[in-house]
Design a protein around this ligand. Structure first.
Ligand SMILES: Cc1cc2nc3c(=O)[nH]c(=O)nc-3n(C[C@H](O)[C@H](O)[C@H](O)COP(=O)(O)OP(=O)(O)OC[C@H]3O[C@@H](n4cnc5c(N)ncnc54)[C@H](O)[C@@H]3O)c2cc1C
Length: 325
């Protein structure tokens, strides 16, 4: 069978991997340049690797993710066990918190290895074409016809795709209503002795948390340690369209306070905005994929819970639905 997967985040790559391993012809379409979606890393101006999406991966033992990590991505794996407060969203108590020294994209890249992934390609429409499904790009260019399509974009973006797809409109309305927190992130390199903690959550101020990237076995570059600041959802909403200067004016004094270095001017900074960071509520994947539909929805909007383990399981579920058909 020919299957198109839309989105190279964890849900899409798990689905694609399982289907490809079972011998099916799978193509993954990804609108951005890289793998991982919100499991994201970039290199700072100072040369440091910084994770600006999911800060750390909770991996329950014997779960879906543990299998892929052990099979595909154990080199440069780091168990982040520095003292300090857990990052919010951590809901798998007792599960190891994992990261990779080379960046959180290490696992998605490993999952994508050997798969056909077409990057820089935004899918705009899924249409019926006889017995098949046609996937098309913004400009209307066809990206081929498939027996099945799996959509893994965040709720509202998935809705845009389902709007005109066969049996999609009703599901699109539900997906569009899935609420997400916005997240404005500030990445900063500061010439300080790296703290002992990995994550710090101030009780007051505009910050949800600060993470110290040094705790992921990323040594300071030229004495400059890297930090990621996540602004709280209300502040993020207010600053979503603001200039970088306005974001930094709010975030940097709060970071300096956390670091106990009021006079420390960062060596470098970057601002990243996520319109969809974490889903505050989710839909039932079974209900959202009624029998008979060949346009399946996976990803965090239909996960059973907030954990990455649940997100990965939605990819596995979609693959199994196709394999059992
Ligand atoms: C800052 C931040 C912190 C977070 N912290 C936590 C945490 O502590 N704990 C936790 O459990 N979760 C956390 N999350 C959420 C977690 O990262 C997500 O739930 C998870 O990564 C979602 O994976 P996914 O595969 O469903 O979607 P994504 O990773 O979003 O993948 C979807 C992919 O689809 C692509 N795409 C979208 N539309 C199209 C299109 N039309 N055509 C082609 N490609 C398209 C996107 O570019 C993206 O790569 C955090 C997220 C962020 C941003």
């Amino acid at each position: 069978m020919r299957i198109a997967v839309i989105g190279a985040g964890i849900a899409g790559l798990v689905a694609a991997r399982d289907l490809s391993d079972a011998g099916h012809e799978v193509v993954v379409f990804e609108k951005s340049r890289g793998m991982g979606g919100r499991m994201a890393a970039r290199r700072s101006e100072g040369g440091a690797v910084v994770d600006h999406g999911l800060p750390v991966l909770d991996v329950p033992r014997d779960g879906v993710l543990a299998g892929y990590v052990v099979e595909l991505a154990t080199d440069d794996l780091v168990e982040v066990d520095a003292p300090g407060q857990p990052v919010p969203g951590r809901s798998t108590e007792g599960a190891p918190q994992l990261a990779w020294a080379s960046g959180m994209t290490r696992l998605p890249k490993a999952l994508a290895h050997g798969l056909e992934v077409v990057t820089d390609t935004r899918v705009a429409a899924i249409r019926a074409d006889g017995e098949m499904l046609e996937v098309a790009q913004d400009q209307g260019n066809t990206l081929g016809t498939y027996d099945w399509v799996i959509v893994t974009a965040p709720g509202a973006q998935a809705a845009d795709l389902l709007d005109h797809s066969p049996r999609g409109a009703v599901r699109a309305a539900d997906l569009r209503a899935v609420p997400y927190d916005l997240a404005v992130m500030v990445l900063a390199g500061v010439a300080v002795e790296p703290p002992e903690w990995f994550a710090h959550r101030p009780l007051t101020g505009p910050i949800t948390y600060v993470t110290s990237e040094t705790a992921k076995e990323r040594a300071p570059v030229d004495g400059v340690a890297s930090f990621v600041v996540r602004l709280d959802p209300d502040v993020s909403e207010r600053l979503m369209e603001a200039s970088d200067a306005a974001v930094l004016a709010e975030a940097l004094p709060a970071l300096a306070k956390v670091l106990g270095k009021p006079a420390a001017t960062p060596a470098w900074t970057q601002v990243k905005r996520w319109r969809y960071s974490t889903a505050r509520d989710r839909l039932d994947q079974q209900v959202m994929n009624p029998e008979g539909t060949r346009v399946l929805v996976a990803g965090d909007a239909v996960a059973a819970g907030p954990r990455m383990e649940d997100v990965a399981a939605t990819g596995q579920w979609a693959a199994r639905r196709i394999l059992d058909s």
